[in-house]
Design a protein around this ligand. Structure first.
Ligand code: NAD
Length: 269
């Protein structure tokens, strides 16, 4: 941590993927803020924007290791392969992390699990306050309504999004399963096509829509007999995710090693 005499500790942040949609949003949200410092930025070799100055004196490099050496905490909204490589590089450095990349596989999770043993890591499929409230609401609704109310989640995102269903839709569906006391991997249904027969009791469906420039929409519907309950969230700006990630970065520095989520950061756990 950098601490000029007489001033509060200011966390030094490295941004991975600074030329991506979320990387740009994080840099924009950090601009002009005195309680944190953008200390480094690294993107993949050949990325657009390499060499650009993204904060005073901070040029985008292609060496994630150097960026990790220059920070107290890194923010990662990139790709699963890049997130895995960053977690592997951060582990011997015991570097705190804020990870927002979605579509992570078991092998990516293993690399993050190794980092979590030696450093504090905030991992969230969605950094907005609203979605984290929705996670609590759907769990409560599922617990009260039970599996006789058919639960379905529909997510909509812009046409460049790579992973499906979205990490947020999966988090919502898992929260519903937890409210039902069921094992999500046994009750999930991510696609329907052809002669599928009647809907099994307790199934949790997740449907994906892709189009245009939609930042992110999620609606969980509980279908009862003669009525239905809808709990939804619409993001109209990436700034909400960026502000949440910066808040998580400031919060996580100095915490004991472990895995944290946005509910911990928001004090709602
Ligand atoms: P994007 O494609 O616009 O940006 C990805 C960035 O990662 C690019 O700059 C790319 O060059 C960079 N990158 C790729 N390989 C790299 C490497 N090896 N080292 C460093 N940088 C590398 O994608 P996006 O829309 O910004 O989304 C990024 C991720 O964040 C996705 O997984 C998305 O689902 C997720 N996301 C999460 C939240 C959340 O709140 N948790 C919100 C929005 C998006």
């Amino acid at each position: 941590m950098s601490a000029p005499p007489g001033e509060a500790l200011v966390p030094r942040i490295a941004v991975l993927g600074p030329s991506g949609r979320m990387g740009r949003a994080v840099l924009a949200a950090a601009r002009g803020r005195r309680e944190l410092q953008i200390a480094a930025a690294a993107d993949r070799a050949g990325a657009e924007g390499l060499g650009a100055e993204v904060a005073p004196g901070v040029l985008v490099g292609a060496d994630a290791g150097r960026a990790l050496d220059a920070c107290d905490v890194y923010i990662d909204f990139t790709t699963p392969a890049s997130t895995r490589a960053a977690a592997i590089a951060a582990t011997p450095r015991r570097r705190a992390a804020v990870i927002g990349t979605t579509g992570l596989t078991a092998v990516d999770d293993e690399a993050i699990a190794a980092l979590v043993k030696v450093a504090p890591v905030v991992l969230a499929a969605n950094f907005s306050l609203g979605v984290n409230l929705v996670l609590g609401f759907v769990k409560q609704a599922a617990r009260i309504l039970g599996p006789d109310w058919d639960a379905e989640v529909v997510e909509t995102h812009h046409h460049d999004k790579r992973d499906a269903p979205s990490g947020t839709a999966l988090a919502i569906a898992r929260a519903i399963a937890s409210g039902h006391h069921s094992d999500y991997d046994r009750v999930k249904r991510h696609a329907r096509d052809g002669d599928i027969g009647p809907r099994p009791r307790g199934e949790i469906g997740v449907s994906t829509v892709r189009g245009g420039d939609v930042v992110g929409e999620h609606v969980a519907t509980f279908f009862g007999a003669g009525e239905r309950v809808e709990i939804g969230h619409r993001a109209t700006s990436r700034e909400i995710f960026a502000q949440g990630a910066l808040r998580a970065a400031a919060w996580v520095v100095g915490k004991p090693p472990g895995r944290y989520d946005m509910l911990d950061v928001l004090g709602l756990a």
